[in-house]
Design a protein around this ligand. Structure first.
Ligand code: ADP
Ligand code: LRH
Length: 492
């Protein structure tokens, strides 16, 4: 049969990619046509996403698709959550979107909490408290009297912004809408009480569409720029984590997932948001997923910490491949010092190795004295945090998870996968690497009625992508060190 062919644009915090997906009724064959760096730009003290660069690279990628391989049915864009662009009345972008790591939100979460009790915000939204949630970003704009808040007519999340550039349609897709901490999943609408009390204009917010909604065809100008290409644009699960979890190849209902890229997102799927006091005090989140499911999970600082150290060393002229970087840990003693990877001081870019060493010094632990020791401290701490979150997830849902599915670029780090299995004391199944891209394509296939349901889509992923299982070993050593890690968490 003629293969269905679609395009997935997956914009990650460290790189963007344009992927082709071909489905022949049996397997999904994913190919990478273009990958490009996503480097934020610091300008006059504000950290921006370089949106026009990203748009240009997306078009470049689409243009590289070989026309002779058959027509493209559809395209969908997914990206990181929480960030947005503001459009004026005539639909023009008011400014480059500000990066969630920009310092404008420092102290804002606490101020919001003084205006509206955390319990109330959590009851209404089910979303964890992170300083960069859209709620905090808009509150920061209000706090500083940013003129764009008054001038803006429409707010679009990053992937919705791309869909708008391609089709002219202004809508907000459900999975990403939930990450704003301004959406009420119980009522299925934007939370008017929260918007009003934070003095955020209601009119900024568009209608919400479920993942799999067809938005229309390319604008004539875009089609022209692409040499006459024409296809439909589908609003997929636009939150990259939503797409990644849609591609977790599991059939069991007692598994946890760990989406491993710039961020590490560890959780499970639930039918209803978990809004208990315990979920609030542990700061778990309930993000919207495909087929009305929710992702009960926690953000963990993730490979960002290693990315930043690697970048710092590159600036000093020391270049490592990811394998070489991890090999350095072989030279260092295990479990000498821990950090809490989620200490907010690690959120902003720059000077990461100094901040990590200082954190060890302050908590009275040995200061990592070599590159290997530093990488070991960071990676072991990250993996210990995985264990901590997994244990608390199990407590929240009241069941033990048999396996941990790891997906995303980070699974190319074999040591990370093995240590995760060791620390968590259970098998890790790693794959696929391009999970967000695969999930993006699965939702397009569901929209095209080529795939009937998410569970069928997951079976397709299981058939189509290689997976590797890591069995836990040397668990005793990790168990012994875990107490010390927890003490470091408590002392923070
Ligand atoms: P994002 O979508 O957030 O940009 P990715 O899913 O692309 O992130 O994952 C990026 C991370 O994957 C990098 O920070 C790095 O830690 C890891 N990674 C990428 N390539 C390799 C590799 N060849 N070996 C080991 N790890 C890798
Ligand atoms: C991962 C991610 C995550 C969000 C963060 C801002 O890319 O979307 O789910 O919390 O970026």
């Amino acid at each position: 049969r003629t293969a269905w062919k679609g395009l997935a644009v997956d914009l990650g915090a460290s790189s963007g990619r344009v992927l082709t997906g071909e489905f022949d009724g049996e397997r999904l064959n994913v190919g990478e046509v273009h990958r490009f760096e996503n480097k934020p730009v610091s300008l006059l003290g504000t950290l921006y996403w370089d949106l026009l660069h990203l748009y240009q690279q997306v078009l470049l990628g689409i243009g590289r698709v070989r026309k002779e391989d058959g027509p493209i049915v559809s395209l969908g864009v997914d990206s990181w959550a929480v960030d947005y662009g503001l459009l004026d009345r005539s639909g023009h972008l008011l400014s480059n979107p500000v990066h969630y790591r920009d310092r404008r939100t420092e102290g804002i979460m606490e101020k919001v909490g003084r205006q509206i009790p955390r319990e109330e915000i959590f009851r209404q939204t089910g979303i964890q408290f992170l300083p960069f949630n859209t709620l905090c970003q808009l509150s920061a704009m209000r706090e500083t009297g940013h003129p764009h808040l008054e001038q803006a007519h429409t707010l679009l999340m990053i992937p919705d912004l791309f869909h708008y550039f391609l089709t002219g349609e202004k809508v907000t897709e459900f999975t990403n809408a939930t990450t704003t901490q301004l959406y009420d999943p119980t009522r299925g609408t934007w939370s008017r009480p929260l918007l009003d009390r934070m003095d955020i204009p209601r009119h900024l917010f568009t209608g919400i569409v479920p993942p799999g909604t067809e938005l229309g065809r390319l604008l004539p100008l875009v089609s022209e720029e692409l040499g006459g290409m024409d296809f439909s644009v589908v609003s997929v699960a636009t939150h990259d984590t939503g797409s990644a979890v849609a591609a977790v190849p599991s059939s069991s209902d007692s598994y946890a997932y760990l989406s491993c890229g710039t961020w590490s997102l560890l959780g499970t799927e639930v039918n209803q948001p978990v809004l208990s006091e315990r979920a609030l005090s542990l700061n778990f989140t309930n993000e919207g997923g495909v087929e009305g499911s929710f992702r009960l999970l926690k953000n963990i600082m993730g490979l960002w910490l290693l990315q930043e150290i690697k970048r710092e060393w590159e600036r000093e002229g020391v270049f490592y491949t990811w394998d070489e970087l991890m090999d350095e840990t072989g030279e260092a003693e295990p479990f000498t010092a821990f950090i809490d990877p989620d200490d907010p001081q690690f959120l902003a870019p720059g000077g990461m190795s100094g901040r990590i060493r200082e954190s060890c010094r302050r908590s009275g632990q040995p200061i990592p004295d070599s590159n290997g020791a530093l990488i070991r401290t960071v990676t072991e701490s990250l993996v210990m945090k995985y264990r901590w979150v997994l244990n608390h997830l199990e407590e929240l849902v009241g069941k033990k998870m048999d396996v941990l599915h790891m997906v995303g670029g980070g699974i190319q780090n074999e040591r990370l996968c093995q240590w995760t299995a060791d620390a968590c004391g259970r098998p890790v199944i790693a794959g696929p690497i391009e999970s967000s891209g695969a999930g993006n394509l699965i939702v397009q296939l569901m929209a095209a009625k080529e795939v009937a349901s998410l569970s069928e889509g997951r079976e397709l992923v299981a058939r189509s992508f290689p997976r590797r299982t890591y069995e836990p070993s040397s668990t005793t050593a990790w168990n012994e060190a875990y107490d010390r890690f927890q003490k470091v968490l408590q002392s923070g």
